[in-house]
Structures are given as structure tokens and as C-alpha cells.
Design a protein around this ligand. Structure first.
Ligand code: ZN
Ligand code: ZN
Length: 208
């Protein structure tokens, strides 16, 4: 089946015409046309930013599902402006359609406190919010070939090399780093694997 993703909120906006805006945060529209499924993965930092960028990218506010990866403001801030069945950061795996799953919560950590976080997996493509948890858990359980989203490397060179090594070890082939990955880390990951640093409104398609 075909899966299509459009980055609608990210720290970086691409060199395009139109009214797209960049802000610290993440939101990705994930479509599976064969299943008639449209999912919003995270909602960015604010309602105004999300609705403006959704409109600029040709989307309305209605989704079948709205997945909130974790509770940070830069991922849940726009939630009030969209409609759909909401899946919050905690809980067990939810199957949205065949081969389309919201993962069970991974135990992450942020500033010394526990932080549950979930990912969206469509076939062998995984979407991550900030990855405040150990990515090995996700790679082991879901074996994705492609990763899209924030990896919270914040341009830390040493952690970036470690992260890249883990992705290679688990057979990840393509990566589209967004948001809190940092631009330097994003470029490095894309040197090591296929893919490119994410930005608004990057549009991607895979056959999974
Ligand atoms: Zn974030
Ligand atoms: Zn976060």
C-alpha cells in the first residue's frame, strides 16, 4: 500500500512560495489512500500556526485520527483546532487499520522525569515526535526501514554518531530528521543513510 506524509509544522520551512511558517514543534499529515485514512501526527506549538500551515498545504481540520506523541507543548499546542479520534501519549498499541499502528507507550525521560511517548508506524515507516525514549526499543519491536520525525539530538555530535550506529545496526535505510534533531545532526544522519533533513512542507511517498 502507499503511504504519503506531509510535514506541516517543523522548525525549518523550505524555500517555497506561499504562507508556510516555521516554529519549534512538529506536525505531520500521514495519509494511507488505500485505507481512506488520514492521520495527523502531532499538532505543533499553536493552533494558529497549525491551521495556517495545514491550509497552505491543502488540508482541512478534519482527520480520522489525531496522534499526540507526548505531552510537550510543541507537539500538543495545536490540538484544539483539529478534529479526529485523539490518541494521547499513554496506553497500549492501537491498530488504526491493517499495518497502521499507534505504538504502545515507550518509557521516555525528560529532565529527570518519566515521559511516556508513542510513535506511529505505517508498514515499515515509523513517525517519531521527539524520541525522548531509547530508540532501540522501537527498532526491535517494529523493525522500520524508514524513520521520520524529531530525534532530540540537538546537534550533539557524539550522540548523533551513536544514534546513526544504532539505526544502521537495526537495518534502517532512510531517515528524514525534523524538529529537535538539529540541522547539523540531521545532515550527518542523511550522510550516513538515505533521506534528507525535514522541513515544511516536505512531501514524501513510499510503497510499504
Ligand atoms: Zn519537541
Ligand atoms: Zn519533547
Amino acid at each position: 500500500m502507499m503511504v504519503r506524509a506531509t510535514v506541516v509544522v517543523d522548525n525549518r520551512v523550505g524555500f517555497v512560495r506561499g504562507s508556510f511558517r516555521a516554529a519549534h514543534g512538529l506536525s505531520i499529515v500521514v495519509e494511507v489512500p488505500e485505507e481512506g485514512l488520514r492521520v495527523l501526527f502531532d499538532t505543533g506549538p499553536s493552533a494558529g500556526l497549525l491551521s495556517g500551515n495545514l491550509e497552505a498545504a491543502g488540508f482541512g481540520p478534519l482527520f480520522d485520527h489525531v496522534v499526540l506523541s507526548h505531552g510537550h507543548w510543541d507537539h500538543v499546542g495545536g490540538a484544539g483546532v483539529v478534529r479526529g479520534e485523539v490518541h494521547g501519549p499513554s496506553g497500549d498499541e492501537v491498530v488504526l487499520a491493517e499495518d497502521v499502528r499507534v505504538t504502545g507507550a515507550f518509557e521516555g525521560e525528560y529532565e529527570g522525569r518519566p515521559l511516556p511517548e508513542r510513535a506511529l508506524v505505517v508498514g515499515d515507516v515509523a513517525f517519531l515526535g521527539c524520541c525522548h525514549f531509547d530508540v532501540e526499543g522501537l527498532l526491535e519491536e517494529y523493525s522500520p526501514r524508514v524513520l521520520v520525525g524529531g530525534f532530540h539530538l540537538l546537534d550533539d555530535v557524539e550522540r548523533t554518531e551513536g544514534f546513526l550506529g544504532v539505526l544502521k545496526e537495526y537495518g534502517v535505510e532512510e531517515v528524514y530528521p525534523c524538529h529537535c534533531t538539529g540541522l547539523v545532526s540531521s545532515v550527518r544522519l542523511c550522510e550516513g543513510l538515505e533521506g534528507e533533513p525535514g522541513y515544511v512542507p516536505l512531501r514524501l511517498e513510499w510503497e510499504v
